[in-house]
Design a protein around this ligand. Structure first.
Ligand SMILES: O=C(O)c1cc(C(=O)O)oc(=O)c1
Length: 311
């Protein structure tokens, strides 16, 4: 089967871009113990069917393919985040975690009726957080009282909450997010509009959110998704997505102990181009410019959140 196929009788969403086959070796040498703290597995659909309520059907992207990419790029470990195309069916995620030899942790999606037994099983497999998604093209909105109930259920396990939202929705969600008592991790810097000023009110609100809430962390990931003017991480470009750099660098420098980075492989729903993941790794030194910042971003911070026992 070609890498970009979808198995199990599923048909890819029209215009779907498959993950990049044969990525380059990064020029940037990742520090020992580096964690790719945001990536996904898709299916394979024949084994782990896509959820009936999904908003897109991807190409397959298996655990083996993810682990091969990890080794090729020079990462040591992964944090695998439940993708919305699998809904609250975490079987593909759990299978990948179980086959990682302890080298992957997970973030699951659960519903309000999840039982303590189900949570214990997810924990045993390596899940350490739940994801709440507020991006309208990806999910139907779940009421905040359901989410608050889930927070109460996961809290005793020491888990955190990952939130994915777009910058324009932060004002409405600010108070709800601010009262979550666990650690909170914001996906992709809350998706700023990078054509706006990093010193302007929109990104200013996000920075204020992080300043006011010391339990909030963020992934300074997805420049390929946020960039408008590029240049793209393709054709040997080792200084890609310079329009996103001022935003990510600002966050890394103000909150060096609360930032994470991940490839976002296999990059769901990109419309413009699929990045070469090796060149995407070469983006990192543009936003974390010293050895110390790189070590915190890639090694120390993800270890504290996902492997606190020091394994
Ligand atoms: O922007 C997206 O389309 C996207 C989708 C998903 C998902 O479907 O879970 O995850 C991401 O991190 C980003």
């Amino acid at each position: 089967m070609a890498h970009g196929d979808t198995s199990g009788g599923f048909e890819k969403t029209p215009g779907w871009l498959d993950w990049y086959d044969g990525p380059s070796k990064p020029a940037f040498r990742l520090p020992a113990g580096a964690v790719d703290a945001h990536c996904h597995v898709f299916g394979p659909g024949a084994q782990f069917p896509y959820a009936p309520e999904r908003k897109y059907t991807p190409c397959d992207a298996s655990a083996e393919q993810l682990f091969a990419l990890r080794d090729h790029l020079g990462f040591d470990r992964n944090v695998i985040v439940q993708a919305t195309c699998h809904g609250a069916d975490n079987r593909a995620l759990v299978d990948a975690l179980r086959r990682s030899d302890g080298r992957a942790r997970g973030v699951a999606t659960v519903r309000r009726d999840v039982t303590p037994e189900q949570l214990a099983e997810l924990h045993e497999a390596g899940v350490r957080g739940v994801r709440f998604n507020f991006v309208k093209r990806l999910v139907d909105r779940v009421p905040t009282d359901s989410l608050a109930e889930i927070v109460e259920k996961i809290r005793p396990l020491g888990w955190h909450v990952v939130i994915y939202f777009e910058a324009e929705d932060l004002p409405e969600l600010y108070d709800f997010f601010s009262q979550i008592p666990t650690d909170v991790v914001v996906d992709h810097m809350g998706r700023p509009d990078v054509t706006k000023d990093p010193d302007g009110p929109e990104f200013g609100l996000f920075l204020r959110f992080m300043r006011e809430n010391p339990n909030v962390w963020t992934k300074v990931s997805c420049p390929e998704r946020l960039s408008v003017s590029g240049p793209r991480a393709l054709n040997g470009e080792r200084h890609a997505y310079t329009d996103v750099v001022p935003f990510a660098r600002r966050v890394v420098e103000e909150f060096p102990d609360r930032v994470l980075w991940g490839t976002d492989w296999p990059h769901p729903n990109l419309k413009d181009h699929m990045p070469d993941d090796g060149l995407l790794v070469d983006y990192i030194p543009q936003i974390a410019t010293t050895d110390e910042l790189q070590r915190k971003l890639l090694v120390d911070n993800p270890a504290r959140l996902y492997w606190p026992e020091g394994a």
